[in-house]
Ligand binder design. Structure first.
Ligand SMILES: CC(C)(COP(=O)(O)OP(=O)(O)OC[C@H]1O[C@@H](n2cnc3c(N)ncnc32)[C@H](O)[C@@H]1OP(=O)(O)O)[C@@H](O)C(=O)NCCC(=O)NCCSC(=O)CC(=O)O
Length: 467
């Protein structure tokens, strides 16, 4: 539904940890953080049922949201910090100073809540952007240091129907696990006004970076990669460029548990018959293989494609390494702790009769390989990205069912919908657990209308063929 003024500004303020509660702290970036420096900010939206008028939000809810956020930021202070990027040869780092704060905006939405949270083809993706917080500009200090903010928040109320909590944050400060820990802690401190047990259940994050060992000198390799790229890096990360959203439609697809189990069976049986060795077959593996192959199939066939058939395409996913033996960080470690995994495959194989089986086997193989070392090939985490993203033959996945986005509960029940709008501007798709908690997954992605029609047809047909 198009609307000339989809949201109305109600309030805008800044929230900091309680003054004096966090000393000035400088956090060095680790080699796990470096690959994410160049990434545009992540965007996450959580929509909840909220059958109250706007005044109820501003008078009763907002003061508690603000207060609980301040208390949460005391523990998660890197989010209220800035990324400091001094000129070469100095390395970027994160700096918190007393009084540092994040921008918080409150708006009222004129749009229909049920329309906004629907899974259907969303024709105007720019509409979703009005629930994403505005990104503050980068400052430049007198010694030419770029000061980049790391988090912005926005609350949108749909009078008498819903509420949306929107977050935009830089990946360099937190990966999916860390950010999800922050959101759930905020939700739980917010809820503790009614139920003090919630506060006890929230576990503080760990900021100790001394446990991160760098036997392969990845920091020095990534620092060089960073300086190669930094000259062209746009410090003003700003909003998603409109032209990357125009003419695209966004849809949320689901693969229910029955289909997932069928896919797993198919992959396991075929692999057992044709390939020796143990194959890792999980929900993640089959959902990614199914989506990747259908995306490749939906791409327009042009004459040049025939030449393309032997070209290598990549599927890229990340793996949380906190629990891996050579890393061993607490599950509560706040920062980045991800291995970047590249899965190559020839287009002709992906388009073949057993394309999904082959894709699943290759993705599963990569997951399995992590058991024998997460740092194999790590020196290329950044340079390989540059290479394959320039070729444009890659599909990436954002999010993970393991983040349990639908368990972010502010006391209004499970979210009615979660969205990750930043992926709509890119070629990736988003993966999370199904809202109903039944073992299926939700897949969010955006494509040009023509390609979406083809993709949607293949995807649904592919599911039917499984039964
Ligand atoms: C590497 C992974 C993606 C692989 O996922 P998997 O689910 O396959 O992996 P897993 O090792 O946990 O395996 C559990 C699944 O494997 C199946 N399985 C099969 N064989 C097995 C075996 N021999 N031993 C144990 N499990 C086995 C299980 O039945 C289960 O399936 P089943 O699941 O079917 O029961 C994951 O381990 C991971 O790290 N996920 C987190 C990624 C992350 O943090 N992403 C966010 C990125 S940040 C980001 O993107 C930004 C943002 O979002 O904001």
């Amino acid at each position: 539904m198009a609307h000339s003024h989809p949201v109305k500004l109600i309030d805008h303020f800044r929230v900091s940890p309680p003054l004096g509660s966090v000393p000035t702290t400088s956090l060095p970036l680790t080699f796990f953080d470096f690959p994410w420096l160049l990434c545009r900010p992540m965007e996450r939206l959580f929509f909840y049922e909220f059958p109250y008028p706007t005044l109820y939000l501003t008078n009763n809810i907002l003061p508690i949201l603000k207060n609980s956020l301040s208390l949460t930021l005391q523990h998660f202070f890197p989010l209220a910090s800035n990324l400091m990027c001094p000129p070469s040869p100095h390395k970027p780092y994160i700096l918190f100073k007393d009084g540092d704060s994040i921008p918080f905006t409150v708006v009222e939405s004129m749009l229909d809540f049920d329309q906004v949270i629907g899974d259907h083809a969303r024709v105007d993706l720019r509409e979703l952007q009005c629930f994403v917080p505005k990104w503050p500009p980068t400052r430049v200090t007198s010694d030419d240091t770029r000061v980049v903010p790391l988090l912005a928040l926005q609350v949108a109320v749909f009078p008498n129907s819903g509420i949306c909590i929107g977050a935009k944050f830089c990946h360099v400060v937190a990966d999916g696990m860390a950010f999800s820990h922050f959101m759930k802690s905020w939700a739980s401190i917010f809820r503790s006004r009614e139920d003090s047990a919630c506060l006890e259940k929230s576990i503080p994050p760990s900021h100790d970076r001394s446990g991160i060992k760098d036997p392969f000198e990845l920091e020095s390799i990534f620092t060089k990669d960073w300086w190669n790229w930094a000259s062209s890096w746009d410090y003003d990360l700003g909003s998603t460029p409109d032209d990357q959203l125009r003419d695209k439609v966004g849809v949320t697809f689901t693969i229910g548990q029955t289909h997932i189990e069928r896919l797993k069976d198919l992959v396991s049986i075929q692999c057992m018959e044709n390939y020796p060795g143990q194959v890792h077959v999980s929900t993640f593996v089959v959902a990614c293989a199914f989506t990747w192959v259908n995306l490749i199939k939906s791409q327009e066939k042009e004459a040049s494609d025939l030449l393309d058939n032997d070209k290598v395409y990549y599927f890229v996913f990340v793996a949380d390494c906190r629990h891996r033996p050579e890393v061993k960080l607490p599950a509560t470690y706040f920062g980045n702790c991800l291995a970047i995994c590249y899965v190559p495959a020839k287009k002709i194989e992906l388009l073949g009769e057993n394309g999904i089986i082959m894709a699943a086997r290759e993705i599963g193989k990569k997951v399995k390989e992590l058991e024998s070392g997460v740092f194999v090939g790590a020196e290329k985490w950044i340079s390989k990205w540059k290479e394959v993203s320039e070729q444009g033959r890659l599909v990436t996945v954002a999010g993970s069912p393991k983040l349990r986005a639908y368990e972010t509960d502010f006391g209004w029940g499970r979210p009615k919908k979660t969205e990750v709008p930043h992926i709509y501007a890119s070629g990736s798709f988003h993966l999370c657990e199904c809202r109903d908690g039944g073992g299926g997954v939700e897949i969010g992605l955006a494509l040009p209308q023509g390609q979406m029609d083809v993709f949607s047809g293949i995807f649904e047909q592919g599911k039917q063929n499984l039964i």
